[in-house]
Design a protein around this ligand. Structure first.
Ligand SMILES: [Cu+2]
Length: 319
């Protein structure tokens, strides 16, 4: 847990520690871009100053007969910066693309942002408030959602930041590579206590992380919790094997295309499943009579995540 915060606890870090596989690449880009920007602007400022001094009013200097325009010079001051910046565009776009595509073997940690705290849940069900423990060498995706307004999870040591939105899951991913404690922030102004919506991210060697998971304790994995909720909210009454209501089986549904009543198809990802549980009257499925009650305002975000974890885990292909 982070203690009471005072500005003196957090010195202004112009160049935070680099603790992820992507951090060095981002730093190279920023440094190179800064260097080129200086290279392109400093000579101009120096030249302006020099000309302003040398040719200022009342100074006796030769002012006649200016030289002709020099096409080569004009073309080069336009084209060289143009191609340089295009190069940076390609470089930045490539890093952006990497940041949007986590590797397939990534471990998923669930995050919830709300005024004014972060809550994280590990796959085994361990949860923590404001702090986050992650292993080194393992790609980690944080799948997050907001319970109220827009927040943004900012992890300076990993050089990543992603908005946390109400009603939609967003992801941020990294592979931490240097054990230590780093800060995590909300970087979207979200109300009175925005400034204390922060915490610490602890990067641990895989063995230490295992130990931490064991001592953090958890009675049930997310999926097992979801299974329990699936029964207690009465979902089994319609979606269970013994149900008499005609409702689609949810086994094997995750990430599969679902045929819609309007003829289209939708991929059953996290956001689709969440929407369907909260607003079953939207996106009607082909071939069913819609009798499912809305669970909007009834099932909190945390339990929606657990229900989805259960639907994900229940993967025998039935459909
Ligand atoms: Cu916030």
């Amino acid at each position: 847990m982070s203690g009471p915060a005072s500005p003196a606890d957090y010195p202004l870090l112009l160049w935070p520690a680099a603790a992820s596989s992507a951090a060095a690449h981002v730093d190279y880009l920023i440094s190179a871009f800064t260097a080129v920007t200086l290279l392109l602007t400093v000579p101009i400022f120096l030249a302006i100053t020099w000309f302003a001094l040398v040719y200022r009013a009342n100074r006796k200097v030769y002012r006649g007969n200016p030289t002709d325009r020099n096409v080569m010079v004009e073309m080069s001051w336009m084209l060289i910066p143009f191609f340089l910046t295009l190069g940076f565009f390609a470089w930045g776009a490539q890093l952006f693309d990497v940041s949007k595509h986590p590797p397939g073997n990534a471990m998923v940690i669930q995050g919830i942002g709300r005024q004014w705290m972060w809550k994280f849940q590990h796959p085994g069900g361990q949860s923590e408030i404001n702090d986050l423990h992650v292993p080194t060498g393992q790609p980690v995706v944080i799948n997050m959602i907001s319970q109220d307004v827009i927040h943004s999870l900012y992890l300076p040591a990993f050089r990543v930041q992603t908005e946390t939105l109400p009603g939609r899951y967003t992801q941020v991913w990294f592979t931490a590579d240097r054990p230590g404690a780093y800060r995590l922030y909300c970087s979207e102004y979200c109300g009175t206590d925005h400034s204390v919506m922060d915490g610490e991210i602890f990067v641990m060697k895989p063995g230490d992380y295992e130990n931490w998971l064991n001592q953090a304790g958890s009675t049930q994995s997310l999926a097992a919790n979801g299974k329990r909720l699936f029964a207690s909210y009465g979902c089994t009454g319609c979606h269970g094997a013994a149900a008499t209501v005609r409702a689609p089986s949810l086994a094997g549904l995750y990430e599969k295309p679902v045929p819609m009543a309007d003829g289209g198809t939708v991929i059953a990802d996290d956001t689709y499943l969440r929407d369907k549980i909260l607003n079953p009257d939207h996106d009607l499925i082909a071939g069913y009579k819609q009798v499912m009650p809305s669970f909007n305002g009834i099932i909190p975000e945390e339990q929606l995540i657990q229900l989805i974890a259960y639907i994900k885990s229940d993967q025998e292909p039935v459909r």
